[in-house]
Design a protein around this ligand. Structure first.
Ligand SMILES: NC(=O)c1ccc[n+]([C@@H]2O[C@H](COP(=O)([O-])OP(=O)(O)OC[C@H]3O[C@@H](n4cnc5c(N)ncnc54)[C@H](O)[C@@H]3O)[C@@H](O)[C@H]2O)c1
Length: 430
């Protein structure tokens, strides 16, 4: 199985259900090579992009950067707003500009598809792409909801198609090396971790408001397929707030938790060998910008994990003062730094340190997928990690929405109110 989700932690947290056992059994028999596509070292890799918006443009930059170095061919760009698809096609000099992403999936020259659309479309496009025999680089969060993540995971197991989730910090080796140090006992028993995502938005336009785009597009652009954008979401008339500011609305996004915290909690999950949390609380509100959004403008979350530790994710969109990113053990504390990490005991004595290679870089994250396709290099952010992140952040949002603590029911593999499922208060054996 992918190297970054240890067999020990994977089995330890899921072995109680038949479905999970089946996955675990399959996992033990895989090697990275056996599920990689066979692509020779010198073969060209064809890529298609769905979604030519903000991050789609960052992916295009990556394609242009890696074209020669990694022998990559951008074949097609699809966007339901034709103007954007055409601009994308020109930017990466692709042969095709499309408005219907399904046409892109029919193209034989495409080996992998990059999905860079709002959250509510991730699962459909990722599943369609795997069904079409493509590998996928899907932006974070892997999906909008937990059942969608389960459907993607199931499809990935059935098809064996390589799936890289776009938490690009997983291509910074700080987290996997921290995991190795923690496994060796460098910081002793792990008890708690803290991490943050802080920003300070303009007082008038709060998080993710785009007043200029909204003012300019009061009428729908003639070449934008609004029904396609809405997809499975409720059909409504053209609404530029929804198109340009979709992160403010729960029909398309999980807001701060799924958009930002996913980047952070995934780091701790990898470093501490975590999958599904046992209990989660999310607290916050629409405190500063009650402007019609239905997701919090400020929120924080605490997750408790079966190994016997909590993870605190501090967040605010109103103040940029953050906190250290660190993991507390009984013997020492592991601090993530701009250059890697350092573990210090209670007296400040350095017990171990690491200078990172790589970084939070989409070029590296795509290159990792290319290497996976060519030589079976383990994916840095595989489906298991993608799914575990979706579970944690959705539990936080649901806790916030319903004013209760959420629990993970391992038998039924779903989130439930925490007091409706029997959960231990002790560490569970891995
Ligand atoms: N990894 C990161 O650091 C990072 C950063 C920003 C965004 N993202 C993720 O990237 C995704 C896109 O975010 P964004 O900011 O680029 O959004 P965006 O709104 O700027 O762009 C999304 C594009 O998708 C297109 N689209 C929507 N539905 C479509 C469909 N059915 N068919 C074809 N095209 C469709 C839209 O027309 C739009 O051009 C989100 O999942 C977001 O979370 C990741």
């Amino acid at each position: 199985m992918p190297a970054d989700v240890s067999r020990r932690s994977f089995l330890g947290t899921t072995a109680s259900t038949a479905a999970a056992s089946a996955v675990a059994t399959a996992a033990t028999t895989w090697t990275a090579k056996s599920y990689a596509q066979i692509k020779g070292a010198n073969d060209r890799i064809g890529v298609g992009l769905i979604g030519a918006g903000v991050i789609g443009n960052a992916h295009m930059d990556v394609f242009n950067n890696l074209k020669e170095k990694n022998n990559l061919l951008p074949v097609a760009v699809a966007d339901c707003w034709k103007t954007r698809a055409d601009a994308g096609q020109a930017k990466v000099k692709a042969e095709h500009s499309l408005t219907d992403y399904r046409k892109l999936l029919d193209m034989k020259e495409i080996d992998y598809v990059t999905v860079a659309v709002p959250e509510h479309w991730h699962w459909t496009m990722t599943i369609d792409a795997m069904d079409a025999g493509k590998a996928v680089y899907c932006e974070k969060p892997m999906t909008h909801s937990i059942p969608e993540a389960q459907a993607v995971m199931k499809k990935q197991k059935e098809t064996g198609r390589p799936l890289q989730i776009g938490v690009q910090a997983m291509s910074d080796d700080s987290y996997i090396t921290a995991r190795d140090a923690i496994r060796k006992g460098v910081i002793g028993q792990v008890i708690q971790a803290q991490i943050e995502y802080v920003r300070r938005y303009d007082a008038k336009a709060g998080p993710w408001r785009e007043p200029q785009d909204v003012a300019k597009h009061q009428s729908k652009p003639a070449d934008l397929d609004w029904d396609a954008w809405l997809g499975s979401a409720k059909k409504i008339d053209w609404n530029p707030h929804h198109y340009f500011e979709w992160r403010c609305y729960s029909a398309y996004s999980g807001g701060i938790c799924t958009d930002l915290f996913i980047h952070r909690i995934t780091r701790i999950m990898r470093a501490c060998d975590l999958l599904y949390p046992r209990r989660v609380v999310g607290m916050g509100g629409i405190w500063q910008w009650p402007d019609g959004r239905d997701l919090p403008d400020n929120i924080e979350m605490i997750c408790e994990y079966p190994r016997g530790m909590t993870v605190y994710v501090l967040g605010t969109m109103s103040n940029r003062v953050g906190i250290d990113h660190l993991i507390r053990g009984y013997r020492a504390t592991l601090y993530f730094t701009p250059t890697g990490w350092v573990a210090k005991d209670k007296d400040g004595k350095v017990l171990a340190e690491h200078r990172k290679t790589g970084g939070e870089d989409q070029n590296l994250h795509h290159t990792n997928l290319h290497n996976h396709l060519r030589n079976g290099e383990p994916l840095n952010c595989p489906v298991e990690l993608g799914m575990a992140g979706v579970v944690a952040v959705n539990m936080a949002n649901e806790s916030w929405r319903t004013s209760q603590m959420m629990g993970w029911d391992r038998e039924k593999e779903k989130m439930v109110p925490a007091d409706t499922v029997k959960q231990s208060h002790e560490p569970e054996k891995a």
